[in-house]
Design a protein around this ligand. Structure first.
Ligand code: ALA
Length: 400
């Protein structure tokens, strides 16, 4: 499916044809995204929101057109609910520091889950050090599903936020965000969703999910690095205090008094990643032209083949068997360290990620030091999964 759109596949890995099974770390870029960025720098580039000349107006219009494309892509109700940031990580830190920290009292609680990426743990942990917040953790069952009964029990009168991933970067598990948000809202608690892994795998409708914040990065959506999105529900804008100070986020400045711009400008201090925004727009157009449902169907088909192939390998244990899941499968081969598996695969031209995947608490939960992770993109094929399976058999032979 659409493999020819990606020039990277003309290249090799260790002199073998590239088999890229690491899209959860970062997706490859289609030519249309690369072209859009090049075209922008060649013919439309200037700083934005500052110039009164035509070129700057053109650049500004292109940047703001991305905001509209994002709004439509994730079905936000209002354009000003779309804040451009550098990454999912920045989006989460922004909410922690601008929306939670100013109101937090020692002993207030944040609910996270045991399957979170460090980027949805550390910003909250920092609040425990900065102002005495307490982290409450939703356990993960052996299947890789969240313990939803336990989730309901974690709320108290001190709960200030639920911060949970839409899809696990290790287990692939898709969490029932709509239900989780409903439960949180019944208790008056807002919900932040880490959408880094979900955004590329399924249609996302923030209005239907009814989450309060949704964060994702462009680079996992076949777009460029350096830009991410924070969706922030309008209801909370007045409570979100300035996070980074600088140009463009103000209304008026004197040495005695500064007044701040409305959201989203309040959170877009300094010159933003303009060209990356143009690339993000091209990526959204690209995936929309294929159709998110069609992409998801392709990945689910490959996922079935992948899981069946892996299950047929002796002494291979898949970590996280719960469905629904995105096209991400992690496993351990008993007796062989994940890094050794990764090295053999690398020499066969196969790129996977090995290690703790920035999810150390999850490694502890499953009592493994590291796992091998295979993650799928729209360009992957069944032949590549066959090659992976052959290489895993070879790994067994090499390491006995
Ligand atoms: N968060 C990315 C991953 O899971 C980098 O690989």
């Amino acid at each position: 499916m659409k493999r020819d759109d990606f020039p990277i596949f003309k290249t090799t890995n260790r002199n073998k044809p590239l088999i890229y099974l690491d899209s959860a770390a970062s997706a490859q870029k289609p030519q249309v995204v690369i072209d859009a960025i090049q075209q922008f720098y060649s013919s439309d580039y200037a700083n934005i929101h500052r110039g009164i000349y035509e070129l700057s107006e053109r650049a500004t219009a292109a940047y703001e057109a991305t905001r509209l494309a994002v709004q439509q892509f994730i079905h936000a109700k209002s354009l000003d609910e779309i804040i451009f940031v550098s990454s999912t990580t920045e989006a989460i830190n922004l909410v922690a520091q601008s929306f939670i920290r100013p109101y937090l009292k020692a002993g207030d609680e944040i609910i996270v889950s045991a399957m979170e990426h460090h980027s949805n743990i550390v910003p909250w942990y920092l609040l425990t050090e900065q102002c005495g917040a307490v982290l409450k953790v939703i356990p993960v069952l052996d299947s890789g599903e969240l313990d939803h009964d336990a989730y309901q029990q974690l709320f108290s009168s001190r709960t200030k936020l639920v911060a949970v991933t839409h899809a696990s970067n290790v287990l692939g598990t898709i969490n029932p965000i709509k239900d989780m948000a409903r439960i949180a809202h019944e208790k008056g608690v807002p919900v932040l969703v880490d959408g880094a892994q979900a955004i590329v795998h399924m249609p996302v409708d923030v209005s239907d999910l009814d989450c309060d914040f949704y964060a994702f990065s462009a680079h996992k959506l076949y777009g460029p690095t350096g830009i991410g999105v924070l969706y922030a529900k309008k209801q909370w804008h007045d409570k979100m205090l300035p996070y980074q100070g600088g140009g463009e986020m103000i209304e008026t400045v004197s040495f005695d008094r500064i007044t701040f711009a409305d959201v989203p400008k309040r959170f877009e201090a300094g010159t933003p990643p303009i060209a990356s925004a143009i690339g993000l727009h091209a990526a959204i157009d690209y995936v929309s032209s294929i159709g998110m449902e069609k992409m998801a169907a392709h990945e689910q088909q490959l996922l079935q083949v992948l899981e069946a192939s892996l299950q047929a390998i002796a002494n291979l244990r898949i970590i996280g068997t719960h469905h629904p899941k995105v096209g991400v499968v992690s496993f351990v081969l008993d007796g062989i360290h994940a890094h050794d598996v990764g090295s053999v695969l690398d020499h066969e031209g196969i790129a996977v990620r090995v290690g703790h995947h920035c999810a150390m608490p999850l490694m502890t939960r499953f009592d493994v030091p590291a796992v091998v992770r295979v993650s799928l993109g729209l360009y992957n094929t069944e032949q590549e999964i066959e090659a992976l399976t052959r290489a895993l058999h070879l790994t067994r032979k090499v390491f006995g």
